[in-house]
Ligand binder design. Structure first.
Ligand SMILES: [Zn+2]
Ligand SMILES: [Zn+2]
Ligand SMILES: [Zn+2]
Ligand SMILES: [Zn+2]
Length: 429
């Protein structure tokens, strides 16, 4: 582990433009894992804990239909003639074409001679975020090297593939090493556009690394949440709840409503750790029963919950009659319910789905099970877009579903977050 003090120094230097004379955060040794970020004073719900800015940022270039995004201001450009006329292989708008940032990108990529500079190539455009690590000041690169990176067998693939798109790609080991390192840090700690919304119902369209945020450890009920400033792409991290001084600031790496077992598997596979937070240590997930299913005994009305937490394949026990269900039996029941609900979700009619959720579901899956929560979120999103043809009651349904999920959030102890704001707004509409 790199010394928390050194990390702090580099971060303070990096975040200097914010002129935060009395930061509410400091880097320390975490009980959860490695380094962590701690509050230096008592914070109230909603207080800004810190602002962060991207150490590296570039277009995600994951979708063919957004390749015409300016690589400096990220505005979507007209479909034709959006490539730089200097043959650097990057899309840029007329205004940004004259800016310092593009001059640096342009010189670098032109010196590598893109094979087809007038064609928007996602591999080249995606590499920009990584290549910008070559031009950043030394202190920024030191900070990059200070962050956790999973240096597995795959982290060199991206640069290796990108090399094929240029005639004179660098062969200098040091340069390649910096880029490979940037890829690894981005993969471990960075943001990347996903077709899905991120964990807290948040949209983010770029590939970026926020260095202070990267140090936050995970909790399944995080005490902070973040939003982005649209103009600058800076990140603002706020307190979800009141936080005492000296407390570790946490964020969530998983979706807020995923059940115990799915969360455990995700964290183990993708983030290689076992979460021991309060929610994970409680088979009822703080009385929300997000992972619970009905007892196997049809005469019993009890709920079955995992026998022990923090295991990938636990058996379930009924809380009433104590009947045990094996993990295989539980998975089957859960999959059947998910399959049935998904079939309705994918069918065109929203009215059918709503009716099904209200009338049929309660007979085979408990109301708070995450499969039901996910389906309700989908209904809310669809109703938020247009009230489709499901009659006057749809307004009431949307408010009801929002309230159902807000109740679960309260029970979990989830304070302010983007999801809460969204649900409150939709409920009131
Ligand atoms: Zn631009
Ligand atoms: Zn250019
Ligand atoms: Zn947890
Ligand atoms: Zn039972």
């Amino acid at each position: 582990m790199i010394c928390p003090k050194r990390t702090s120094e580099l971060l303070e230097q990096f975040l200097e433009p914010f002129k935060d004379k009395d930061p509410a955060w400091e880097v320390g040794v975490s009980k959860i894992a490695g380094r962590g970020v701690f509050t230096t004073r008592k914070l109230k719900r909603g207080d800004v804990i810190f602002r962060d800015m991207p150490l590296l940022i570039g277009p995600a270039a994951r979708k063919e239909d957004t390749l015409n995004t300016c690589t400096v201001c990220f505005k979507l450009l007209p479909d034709t003639k959006f490539m730089c006329r200097q043959n650097c292989g990057l899309p840029v708008c007329n205004l940004c074409g004259k800016k310092k940032q593009h001059k640096a990108d342009c010189d670098l990529f032109r010196s590598w001679e893109p094979c087809e500079p007038d064609v928007a190539n996602s591999v080249i455009i995606r590499l920009l975020c990584v290549a910008r690590a070559l031009n950043c000041p030394k202190e920024h690169r030191d900070l990059l090297y200070c962050l956790q990176a999973t240096l597995d067998n795959n982290h060199r693939t991206e640069v290796r593939n990108a090399a094929k798109c240029f005639r004179k790609f660098p062969t200098d080991k040091k340069l390649l090493e910096i880029m490979n390192r940037a890829v690894a840090v981005l993969r471990t700690n960075g943001f990347d556009e996903t077709s899905d919304r991120t964990n807290d119902n948040q949209e983010f369209f770029y590939r970026a690394l926020f260095p202070l945020f990267a140090l936050l450890n995970h909790d399944c009920v995080p005490n902070s949440y973040y939003t982005f400033d649209e103009k600058t792409n800076n990140m603002i991290v706020k307190a979800s709840v009141d936080i005492p001084a000296g407390t570790e600031i946490t964020t969530t790496y998983t979706k807020l409503f995923t059940g115990n077992i799915a969360r455990h598997l995700f964290l183990k596979m993708k983030k290689t750790f076992t979460c021991k937070c309060e929610r994970c240590s409680d088979p009822t997930e703080k009385g929300t029963f997000i992972s619970a299913i009905y007892c196997r005994d049809t005469n019993c009305t009890g709920l079955a919950v995992p026998e022990i937490t923090g295991m990938p394949h636990p058996n379930f026990n009924c809380l009433e009659c104590k009947q045990k269900s094996t993990h295989a039996q539980v998975s089957k029941a859960q999959d059947l319910a998910a399959g049935a609900i998904n079939a309705k979700t994918n069918s065109k009619s929203l009215k059918t789905l709503i009716q099904y959720l209200k009338e049929k579901c309660p007979s085979f899956i408990p109301d708070n099970n995450y499969v039901v929560i996910e389906a309700k979120l989908q209904v809310i999103a669809r109703l938020a877009k247009s009230l489709e043809d499901c009659g006057e009651e749809s307004v009431g349904t949307k408010a009801q579903f929002c309230q159902d999920i807000l109740d679960i959030m309260d029970k979990l102890g989830l304070g302010d977050c983007v999801m809460r704001t969204y649900l409150e707004v939709e409920k009131a509409k």
